[in-house]
Write a protein that binds this ligand. Structure first.
Ligand SMILES: [Zn+2]
Ligand SMILES: [Zn+2]
Length: 87
């Protein structure tokens, strides 16, 4: 399935009533991508947050607790646990 600009535009026109029928679906969590639908392909057909946890969230370090903030300044865990970054 490839989301074309035309399909995304149609989704925007009908989002109020049929959002789940037209919005792209995240390949990682299976839920609709609404907020960043225009960046769907950029994020490997995922939510931004799913992309972050899948590829960016210190995924190369097996000793890293995913609840720890990674080095990315925009890491969601930085807001949740501001003291958790680093070791
Ligand atoms: Zn997702
Ligand atoms: Zn992170």
């Amino acid at each position: 399935m490839t989301a074309t600009p035309g399909i995304l535009h149609a989704a925007a026109m009908t989002a109020h009533h049929h959002a789940s029928l037209h919005l792209p679906v995240c390949v990682r969590c299976g839920r609709v991508v609404r907020v960043n639908a225009d960046l769907y392909d950029t994020f490997e057909r995922m939510h931004w947050v799913c992309f972050h946890y899948e590829f960016e969230h210190a995924v190369g370090d097996p000793d890293r607790d995913p609840d720890q903030a990674c080095d990315d300044p925009s890491c969601p865990m930085r807001a949740r646990f501001p003291e958790s970054s680093g070791h």
